[in-house]
Design a protein around this ligand. Structure first.
Ligand SMILES: *[C@@H]1O[C@H](CO)[C@@H](O)[C@H](O)[C@H]1NC(C)=O
Ligand SMILES: *[C@@H]1O[C@H](CO)[C@@H](O)[C@H](O)[C@H]1NC(C)=O
Ligand SMILES: *[C@@H]1O[C@H](CO)[C@@H](O)[C@H](O)[C@H]1NC(C)=O
Ligand SMILES: *[C@@H]1O[C@H](CO)[C@@H](O)[C@H](O)[C@H]1NC(C)=O
Ligand SMILES: *[C@@H]1O[C@H](CO)[C@@H](O)[C@H](O)[C@H]1NC(C)=O
Ligand SMILES: *[C@@H]1O[C@H](CO)[C@@H](O)[C@H](O)[C@H]1NC(C)=O
Ligand SMILES: *[C@@H]1O[C@H](CO)[C@@H](O)[C@H](O)[C@H]1NC(C)=O
Ligand SMILES: CC(=O)N[C@H]1CO[C@H](CO)[C@@H](O)[C@@H]1O
Ligand SMILES: [Zn+2]
Length: 416
């Protein structure tokens, strides 16, 4: 022990002298500790993803998944079962959302319940559930962020963690494979993950097979990386109709939309400025004050797309937390204690989440340690078997073994 090689000692001295921390970019925990955004966004290799990609198990990242992979027999078998009963609705427009050749001949009665046309959320096709565009709990915000995981999201996720605030993260399959440790962080922190397609194109433009493939490979990527299989999805640009809804429903995915749009994603285009976004947040808050949500809560479209959208979320959080009675992930607002296909992972019910966590107390942040959410009691009230991915599981069990089995939201509160 005393006989450490001189080179090691020198190396340690150098590290101490420069104040440098060795970055561990092989584990979720290590990656979550990286604080420099450009360091966070430097690509790394994660062996399970590298192996799956090398084995041809995914379409090329960030290309449209128009077709199932030729030798993906599992996906093909499942698709063929579904395809026979998909409603006879033709694909619309182009993958980039040009509907100029389609809309003129589309019946104004909106037979397909096409959201892009007139924001239809109540399917015309029998047997499909209505989209989730609001949350059932009054004066409650169903809190969610699209387009992640963003490589530089640590500061934003730290902010949420410090306020014990959970959210629903709508992840793009291609981003999940690019930034797997960032995707794992969402589950470890206790957020809910929903699907936001493989390539972020307009879904009503895909063939049946393409719709299926865009959802299938995203679910597969999330399962590979985090160990969980989502039960919800949000169409990019809201572009969904009854054909697309039907295929999603067959894959076990509920369609989640919104009624309020912050337009954070659009800043810098078409006259949308940062002020527009501030006004949109204010309009939502004014509606809370005016009693618009006294019977049913709200969902607003917001993103972890880039540094601006994440900062806008942080800047507006205190006002939201003061205005709404509760800010919760969508699954929590729905009392959906099993958000994933795997039954051994649970989220708190609305009652459990809010018992010790009104939106206003979240503003106390780190000071808010004495009233339950961070207590062992809460941990026991919701204990379960945790998430299932190897890496996530190791962190849960390795670092929280005293609790026995734990779930993400409890871990989130203990991380403080
Ligand atoms: C599937 O086909 C691709 C080439 O298209 C190949 O690289 C890959 O190894 C195949 N995967 C399996 C599981 O056979
Ligand atoms: C999807 O991408 C492929 C190439 O990656 C391209 O050939 C095809 O035209 C695209 N599909 C559509 C509908 O744009
Ligand atoms: C799926 O159904 C569509 C429409 O009925 C049909 O055109 C297509 O060929 C089918 N795909 C497969 C792979 O059977
Ligand atoms: C994440 O945010 C950064 C900073 O704004 C941006 O450069 C990057 O393109 C974003 N996207 C992803 C996938 O990380
Ligand atoms: C959630 O559960 C609570 C308590 O059991 C109940 O009061 C509330 O109505 C439920 N909300 C929904 C949306 O099911
Ligand atoms: C924590 O409490 C101290 C003292 O009461 C206060 O100064 C500080 O602002 C609080 N911090 C937070 C995050 O609320
Ligand atoms: C949870 O279930 C999945 C399969 O559904 C399994 O792979 C995983 O090991 C389980 N995790 C725990 C902690 O039991
Ligand atoms: C669900 C939950 O954790 N409830 C707790 C909230 O805080 C009170 C008081 O500390 C506890 O008694 C509850 O068990
Ligand atoms: Zn999106």
């Amino acid at each position: 022990m005393l006989a450490a090689p001189l080179s090691t000692v020198l190396h340690l001295c150098l590290l101490l002298a420069t104040g440098a921390h060795a970055q561990d970019r092989t584990t979720e925990q290590g990656e979550a500790a990286v604080t420099n955004p450009s360091a966070e966004c430097t690509p790394y290799s994660y062996p399970p993803v590298a192996a799956a990609v090398a084995a041809g198990q995914f379409p090329p990242i960030w290309t449209n998944a128009s077709k199932l992979l030729p030798n993906d027999t599992e996906a093909r078998a499942k698709f063929l079962v579904i395809n026979g009963s998909v409603p006879a609705i033709s694909p619309k427009g182009t993958l980039s959302g040009d509907f100029s050749n389609f809309t003129p001949s589309y019946p104004p009665s909106d037979p397909d319940c096409w959201w892009t046309y007139h924001q239809c959320v109540n399917p015309k096709l029998n047997g499909l559930s209505a989209d989730v565009a609001s949350v059932p709990e009054p004066r409650t915000l169903g809190y969610g962020f699209d387009d992640g995981p963003n490589c530089s999201h640590n500061a934003f996720y730290d902010y949420l963690r410090d306020r014990k605030q959970l959210a629903t993260m709508f992840y793009i399959g291609s981003n999940v494979l690019d930034w797997p440790l960032e995707a794992q962080r969402a589950v470890v922190d206790g957020h809910e993950i929903c699907v936001h397609t493989w390539s972020h194109n307009y879904m009503t433009a895909f063939s049946n097979e393409g719709v299926f493939a865009e959802l299938w490979y995203s679910m597969k990527a999330i399962k590979l990386v985090t160990g969980v299989t989502p039960r919800c999805w949000r169409p990019p640009f809201g572009d969904v109709d009854d054909r697309v809804r039907y295929i999603a429903a067959q894959l076990g995915l509920e369609t989640v939309l919104w009624k309020y749009d912050s337009f954070d994603w659009k800043v810098g285009t078409a006259g949308v400025t940062q002020d527009t976004v501030a006004e949109n947040y204010k309009a939502l808050i004014d509606d809370v004050k005016a009693g618009v949500f006294n019977a049913i809560g709200a969902i607003m479209l917001t993103h972890e797309l880039n540094a601006f959208t994440m900062q806008a979320a942080i800047d507006n959080y205190p006002q939201l937390a003061k205005a709404f009675n509760h800010i919760v992930p969508i699954a929590v607002a729905q009392n959906r204690s099993q958000p994933y296909a795997e039954s051994n992972y649970t989220m708190p019910s609305f009652e459990q989440y809010t018992a010790n966590h009104s939106a206003a107390t979240s503003l106390n942040g780190l000071n808010d340690t004495s009233n339950g959410v961070g207590s062992g009691k809460a941990a026991q009230a919701s204990s379960s078997n945790g998430a299932s991915s190897g890496a996530v599981q190791r962190r849960l069990l390795g670092s929280r073994s005293a609790l026995g089995s734990v779930v993400g939201w409890v871990v989130a509160s203990w991380l403080m």
